[in-house]
Structure formats: structure tokens, C-alpha cells
Ligand binder design. Structure first.
Ligand SMILES: C[S@@+](CC[C@H](N)C(=O)[O-])C[C@H]1O[C@@H](n2cnc3c(N)ncnc32)[C@H](O)[C@@H]1O
Length: 200
């Protein structure tokens, strides 16, 4: 059992809903799609996906915590174009049928990955030639954001722009944008969230 198995039960809060709306607005500024196909990597209960579902002809939520995916499935049960997938891209691949995704977004999941660049590579392989990958996560921090890093599966204390550039080494991807899009106020201080945009 991982930390998120228990956390899934009480994951959705007003604070996270407000945050994910702001993150979605930041992504949408860089998307010019009437309808599109999307992947939400590390989707959790779907707080970010909620803002894309109406304009999705396909939306896939990927996560490794069954309880998060159960909540995701329940949230979108009325939407035929939405599905979820319990897959760990650090150790598994997408199905060969998966292709031509217009936009992939991910919020607060990459710091849980041992090898972010490997997952980025797999995501890039299912992306349209003109598609974009949006990675949103904590800017490099001192390890104080999570109350218990080991227990909560934290593999990185955030990232900086150079980390994201280094992930693209040898990949058919470039970092085309990097901006601070939100601040989480906690422990009496701000933890900025960045959005990195990757394109082919
Ligand atoms: C901090 S939560 C963020 C959830 C959601 N994006 C949000 O902002 O509400 C991190 C999520 O990443 C998922 N996760 C952790 N490792 C993963 C992996 N290797 N592949 C896919 N998802 C993973 C966890 O199960 C969890 O749902």
C-alpha cells in the first residue's frame, strides 16, 4: 500500500480544486484546440482532467494508485470519451494502440518518479507531432514541503529549469517554455509551482 491509497479517500478539497483550476487555466493559454485528445499523467482523482473533459474527444487518466483511479472513474462515469489506466510508465510501456495525443499534462506527479526522463520519453512517443507535454511540479525546495518524504514516496525535492532541460538529452523533445504559475502557501512560506512545456 502506498501513501496515496489512504490519501485518495479525502483527496479532493476546495484548496486543491482552486489550485487545479489555476493550473488548467495556465495550460489552456498554450493550447489552441477546439477538441483534442489528452492524457493526464499521475491523474489522481482527476482534479486537473475536470477542466479538459468537455473539450476532449479522448481523455486518459494514468496513475498507479487503484483508489485514485476508482475516484477518477466515478467522477467521469458519464463521459464515454474518458478512461483510466493503471500503468507505471517507469516499468511498463503504453499499448501499441496508443498514439497521436494532442496534449499531455501532469500535476505534482513527477517528483514521485525515480527517473522522470524515462517517463517523459514514453509520453513523447504517444504525442502528436504538433502536441505538447505540460509538466507542473514543485520548484526545487529544501525537502520541507512533504511532512514525511520517504513515507509519501517523494523521490525529488522539486526541480529547476536545468533539470527539465537535462531530461530532454537524447530525446526528440525540447523544452519550449518554463514559467512559475502558482504558489502553494504552507509552513509559513511559499512553494512555487512551475510549468515546463515540451514539444517535438
Ligand atoms: C501528489 S498526487 C497528484 C494527483 C493529481 N495530479 C492532483 O494534482 O490532484 C501524485 C499522483 O501521482 C501518482 N503516481 C505516483 N507514482 C506514479 C507513477 N510511477 N506513475 C503514475 N502515477 C504515479 C500517485 O498515485 C498520485 O495519484
Amino acid at each position: 500500500m502506498n501513501h496515496f491509497t489512504e490519501a485518495a479517500k479525502t483527496w479532493d478539497t476546495d484548496e486543491k480544486a482552486i489550485r487545479n483550476k489555476a493550473l488548467a487555466d495556465a495550460i489552456k493559454k498554450h493550447l489552441n484546440l477546439v477538441q483534442g485528445s489528452y492524457i493526464d499523467f499521475g491523474c489522481g482523482t482527476g482534479l486537473l482532467s475536470e477542466h479538459f473533459v468537455e473539450k476532449a474527444n479522448y481523455l486518459l487518466g494514468v496513475d498507479t494508485t487503484k483508489e485514485m483511479l476508482d475516484a477518477f472513474d466515478k467522477k467521469f462515469e458519464k463521459f464515454d470519451q474518458v478512461e483510466s489506466c493503471d500503468k507505471n510508465l517507469e516499468t511498463q510501456d503504453f499499448s501499441r494502440l496508443m498514439d497521436h495525443i494532442d496534449a499531455i499534462f501532469s500535476a505534482m506527479a513527477f517528483h514521485h518518479l525515480e527517473r522522470p526522463e524515462k517517463v517523459l520519453d514514453k509520453l513523447s512517443k504517444v504525442l502528436n507531432e504538433s502536441g505538447k507535454i505540460f509538466v507542473i511540479d514543485l520548484l526545487k525546495e529544501d525537502g520541507s514541503f512533504h511532512p514525511d518524504n520517504a513515507k509519501m514516496g517523494v523521490k525529488h525535492f522539486g526541480f529547476d529549469k536545468d533539470d527539465l532541460i537535462s531530461w530532454t538529452d537524447g530525446l526528440e523533445l525540447k523544452l519550449s517554455g518554463f514559467e512559475i504559475i502558482f504558489n502553494i502557501h504552507k509552513n509559513g512560506r511559499d512553494y512555487p509551482l512551475f510549468m515546463g512545456i515540451f514539444e517535438k
